[in-house]
Write a protein that binds this ligand. Structure first.
Ligand code: HEC
Ligand code: HEC
Ligand code: HEC
Ligand code: HEC
Ligand code: HEC
Ligand code: HEC
Ligand code: HEC
Length: 449
């Protein structure tokens, strides 16, 4: 449903058109009732509660339909009818109570700024984290750090690059011998902590990943990976061409919603980079539900999710998108959700380990090894067999062994140094950029093992 969430109203209009032309939807891959539920969902995502309500009422006249009742509870919620919403939700029965806790509500966006009102601490932490700084759009380009004066190309003598700020635009001019190639920067991806890459359009309007990126916390301009120009594309000296679909993919992993890119008046368009609703789903229903003091918060609740479901939320962006990339390729370690789940710590702890065992999703990664080692020791310490970092129903920091399983201790060092030996840093995966190998195991190349 990714594209529908980007353009719910357009998707709904198309589907409604198809349904009115042929109510039986002959030959379509979905049954008419399923299509009507989808239509109502998209109307709700577009905030068109009354149209959703009318369609659902018609559907419910034909008989009980738990999903339609749940959707109706959302339409009534959006219309401020608390009692009606509760009654409809009761009719949804197990459909409502058994939805995956990470599933998105059928709601329009509210924008991260709205969350500050009631979740001030989480908001402050998240907004200063790198998730929220991993994309510069037009509105942010004015603050992009640029090199002063012409920059000699790091690989080819005789080529120079000149970057200039003008109002809120950034222009790049690449001089290659007697030729000049130009591009206008549209986005910069990455917070700049590990790297920041510029994406722009050349004078023909072709999107390009620009040749130079900023690395090492903003201290070094160097080549973007895989950016060598093709012999038939001299403009390649300004950057590697990218098609619009590939550009879409880049942006999709670095912001809250693609919807906001096309609908600048939508509230989440003021988010910086990845905002709250990327993981919690569009949340205008939630704000309404809390204002009406309803028991159901009407939002995705990853704190109630299983380890596997949590990993899936992160895997939307942290997973390898290239199944042909062999494990021996150094870039393999970039994909923490691909590597971590291969660890026996994950496969044999029966849901006791997830990304949240070691990371707070609203903060940057901790840098102290002791933070992580306390997690290792929860399962590999000389405890009594059942250990938890925090005996708390919420996920935060949970690290548990299956009931009755005895902790296995390290024969080399059972008290410290775990990360350096079992989750080693892999240097220069990209220029100037290191990653942590998230496959927790005995790495024969390190620590004398
Ligand atoms: C009008 C106040 C209000 C606003 C605005 C608000 N929330 Fe909430 N939210 C609450 C209350 C109250 C709770 C329930 C108590 C709690 O867990 O803090 C809650 C709970 C949550 C939960 C936890 C649900 C669970 O039980 O695990 C999430 C996630 C959440 N809010 C996200 C958001 C996001 C994202 C936004 C911004 C789009 C937002 N909230 C805006 C009041 C609000
Ligand atoms: C499948 C999701 C996904 C796509 C597609 C994607 N990125 Fe990223 N990007 C990430 C994640 C996750 C990180 C966090 C660091 C990491 O683990 O690599 C990241 C980090 C970065 C960084 C910071 C430096 C670094 O290596 O950590 C830059 C720069 C960047 N991406 C640029 C791009 C550009 C340019 C494109 C398109 C050509 C792109 N990304 C496409 C998910 C994605
Ligand atoms: C990268 C994904 C991600 C983003 C972005 C994100 N969250 Fe969360 N959020 C989570 C996960 C995962 C949990 C469950 C954490 C746990 O149980 O330890 C969570 C839990 C919560 C909770 C319930 C936890 C509690 O302590 O009550 C609230 C409230 C919340 N988030 C609000 C927000 C707000 C507000 C924002 C934006 C400022 C935001 N989240 C951004 C993933 C995210
Ligand atoms: C929408 C895509 C997306 C999702 C979903 C996402 N991430 Fe990220 N994450 C990124 C990108 C992009 C970066 C790179 C930030 C930067 O530019 O430095 C990143 C960086 C990080 C970092 C490194 C932060 C630092 O200190 O530099 C951690 C840790 C992380 N993510 C954990 C998570 C976890 C845990 C989840 C799931 C709860 C998650 N992410 C979900 C895209 C995503
Ligand atoms: C949630 C519990 C849990 C946590 C947290 C955990 N592990 Fe494990 N780990 C396990 C289980 C279960 C096994 C399987 C071995 C056994 O218990 O028989 C295992 C296996 C291992 C192995 C052997 C791997 C192999 O391929 O044979 C190593 C090494 C290891 N863990 C190191 C660590 C380190 C280092 C940390 C912290 C970074 C850590 N573990 C965190 C549960 C955990
Ligand atoms: C057992 C602990 C542990 C678990 C579980 C864990 N991480 Fe990490 N993670 C680390 C450590 C250690 C670092 C390095 C922190 C530092 O010193 O900067 C790290 C760093 C990162 C980074 C920064 C880039 C890098 O590779 O150094 C990202 C992104 C990240 N983790 C994502 C995830 C995601 C997504 C998951 C779940 C699949 C996850 N982590 C699970 C320990 C863990
Ligand atoms: C100096 C490097 C080093 C340090 C530090 C270290 N380990 Fe190990 N660890 C190893 C090596 C090497 C092995 C494999 C030993 C063997 O096969 O004889 C191992 C094995 C293990 C095993 C598997 C044991 C088994 O019987 O299958 C676990 C679990 C483990 N380590 C956890 C940890 C934890 C937790 C820490 C931190 C408290 C830690 N290690 C610190 C190098 C190290």
């Amino acid at each position: 449903l990714k594209h529908e969430l980007d353009e719910p109203q357009a998707a709904a209009d198309d589907l409604e058109h198809a349904l009115s032309a042929d109510p039986g939807l002959s030959g379509a891959p979905v049954a008419p009732a399923e299509a009507r539920r989808l239509l109502a969902r998209w109307r709700l995502e577009a905030g068109q509660a009354e149209r959703a309500r009318l369609g659902l009422s018609e559907l419910l006249r034909q008989g009980a339909d738990p999903e339609a009742s749940w959707l109706l509870s959302r339409a009534l919620l959006q219309q401020g009818d608390a009692a009606g919403s509760i009654a409809a939700q009761a009719k949804a029965g197990r459909y409502a109570s058994e939805r995956e806790p990470t599933a998105f509500d059928a709601s329009p966006y509210a924008g991260s700024a709205k969350c500050a009102q009631c979740h001030a601490d989480i908001y402050r932490g998240q907004q200063s984290s790198r998730h929220a700084r991993t994309l510069y759009e037009a509105k942010d380009l004015g603050s992009l750090p640029l090199p002063q004066g012409p920059l000699p190309d790091p690989a080819e003598p005789g080529i120079t690059h000149i970057f200039t700020h003008k109002n809120d635009t950034v222009r790049v001019e690449t001089r290659a011998r007697d030729k000049i190639y130009r591009a206008l920067v549209e986005y910069a991806l990455g917070s700049g902590d590990r790297g920041l890459t510029l994406v722009g359009r050349d004078t023909d309007g072709t999107p390009r990943v620009l040749r130079l990126s900023l690395y090492a916390g903003g201290t070094a301009w160097d080549l973007t990976p895989a950016v060598e120009p093709h012999p038939t594309d001299p403009k390649g000296y300004v950057g590697r061409p990218l098609n619009d679909e590939a550009l879409r993919l880049c942006l999709d992993c670095h912001l809250t919603s693609m919807h906001a890119l096309r609908h600048r008046s939508s509230p989440e368009a003021s988010d910086h980079g990845i905002g709250c609703e990327r993981c919690h789903g569009p949340a205008r229903n939630h704000v309404q539900a809390m204002e009406l003091a309803l028991a159901d918060p009407a939002i995705a609740r990853p704190r109630l999710a299983s380890a596997e479901q949590v990993v899936k939320v992160c895997a939307r962006c942290h997973d390898s998108d290239d199944p042909s990339l062999p494990e021996s390729d150094p870039r393999f370690v970039r994909f923490q959700t691909t590597t971590m789940i291969r660890s026996r710590c994950y496969t044999e702890s029966e849901g006791g380990l997830s990304c949240l065992t070691c990371h707070n999703p609203h903060r940057n990664a901790e840098t102290a090894a002791a933070h992580y080692e306390s997690r290792c020791l929860a399962c590999h310490g000389s405890g009594k067999g059942e250990v938890a970092v925090q005996n708390h129903p919420r996920w935060t920091g949970r690290a548990t062994l299956p009931k009755g399983r005895k902790p296995v201790l390290c024969p080399v060092n059972a008290t410290k140094g775990c990360i350096a030996c079992h989750m080693p840093t892999v240097k220069n995966v990209a220029p100037h950029t290191d990653f942590t190998n998230h496959q927790i195991r005995v790495h024969r190349s390190v620590g004398g093992g």
